[in-house]
Design a protein around this ligand. Structure first.
Ligand SMILES: NC(=O)c1ccc[n+]([C@@H]2O[C@H](COP(=O)([O-])OP(=O)(O)OC[C@H]3O[C@@H](n4cnc5c(N)ncnc54)[C@H](OP(=O)(O)O)[C@@H]3O)[C@@H](O)[C@H]2O)c1
Length: 323
């Protein structure tokens, strides 16, 4: 089969190759998926470059997310799953066979049925962003009737945080950096969208909710002033991204707010939390509550350009077309 792969960390152009390799067979508890689209996330270029290195087992086919059709199952998996359209999550975690290839092999629970009404593009966009958004929202309990602030509401995680929070009954405010991203956050369903660079942002957010219940955060240092302006004893700030430099916490102000700060990394969340996230994302998907961001597509042979586009901060999702 044709597969994108790397054998050592490096720049995208240096390290990524498209090669013919043996098609993998599913082992016990696994399924094999004939991939249609492979979704690229920031973690994929960070793993490949060695910025956040993950072990390489001779070679690594990158990418966790994707959509395709199950064409073989291993021992212990129902044969009825053959022919099922699926979306994948964390396919390349501790597994050589990521989704940037004609076939991926992965544990059966990480290939989730994709409802008929959901496009292959949407399916390939969900894994890392939607599951991270779910964990950020729900690690500290339900959000029904709660006020949620989503930082970076036009980002991939931010987009699904808005859509999942709305679907599960929250009021949602989002921050963005400009009008085009404001439009994306509004389309996702945010009740209020503010520009985090605008001096009026804190006042507008306080008017919406003097105390947020959740703040889904990706730039803790840059946004802490804004976050603390709408924080109190009920507030959980949940940070899912590292900035270039670690922030210095203003401890007394955090104490005075009685705020809770939580950090999450999808790779290490408890298995039951991942299963609950998959179930809730599937519910929202079946109800038509999850949508695609704008998509930029690259053919498999241009996988290096796809990685560079994500590293450069492409707006929306970058997807690789599998031949
Ligand atoms: N912990 C985890 O498990 C986990 C999971 C998924 C992703 N991540 C990390 O989360 C980050 C985002 O991932 P993604 O896929 O959502 O990326 P993305 O689609 O590129 O979105 C990032 C968004 O953040 C916005 N942003 C940047 N600085 C901001 C700030 N100070 N305040 C508010 N918004 C800001 C960007 O827009 P502007 O620059 O225009 O504001 C952009 O819309 C990456 O670093 C990724 O590695 C971590």
């Amino acid at each position: 089969m044709q597969a994108a792969l790397y054998r050592a960390y490096g720049t995208a152009v240096e390290s990524l190759r498209v090669e013919d390799v043996d098609t993998p067979e599913p082992g016990p508890g696994e399924v094999r998926v004939r991939m249609q689209l492979s979704g690229v996330n920031p973690t994929d270029w960070k793993s490949r470059s060695g910025a956040t290195p993950r072990p390489i087992d001779a070679f690594q086919v990158p990418h966790h997310d994707g959509s395709g059709v199950i064409d073989a199952v291993g021992a212990g998996v129902s044969a009825g799953r053959v022919g099922q359209r699926v979306w994948t999550w964390l396919a390349a975690a501790g597994n050589r066979w990521g989704t940037a290839a004609q076939w991926s092999v992965l544990p059966a629970r990480q290939a989730v049925p994709l409802p008929g009404g959901a496009s292959a593009e949407l399916g390939a966009s969900l894994g890392v962003p939607a599951l991270t958004a779910h964990r950020a929202l729900f690690a500290d309990g339900p959000v029904d009737g709660k006020s949620v602030l989503v930082a970076g509401g036009a980002g991939a995680v931010g987009h699904y945080a808005i859509e999942l929070a709305k679907f599960f009954g929250a009021r949602v405010a989002a921050t963005v950096s400009g009008p085009a991203k404001a439009e994306l956050a509004r389309k996702a369903g945010a009740d209020l969208v503010v520009n985090y660079r605008d001096a009026a942002a804190a006042g507008e957010l306080r008017e919406f909710a003097p105390q947020m219940d959740r703040i889904v955060e990706l730039a803790l240092g840059a946004n802490l002033d804004l976050d603390l302006a709408v924080s109190g004893p009920r507030t959980h700030i949940v940070d899912y991204a590292a900035e270039v430099a670690d922030p210095v916490l203003p401890v007394r102000r955090c104490m005075s707010a009685n705020v809770t700060v939580r950090f999450i990394l999808l790779y290490g969340i408890p298995a039951e939390a991942a299963d609950a996230a998959v179930a809730d994302v599937s519910r929202a998907l079946a109800a038509g509550a999850l949508t695609e961001l704008p998509v930029t597509r690259f053919p498999l042979e241009r996988v290096a350009a796809a990685h560079d586009a994500v590293e450069a901060g492409a707006v929306g999702k970058v997807l690789v077309e599998i031949p």
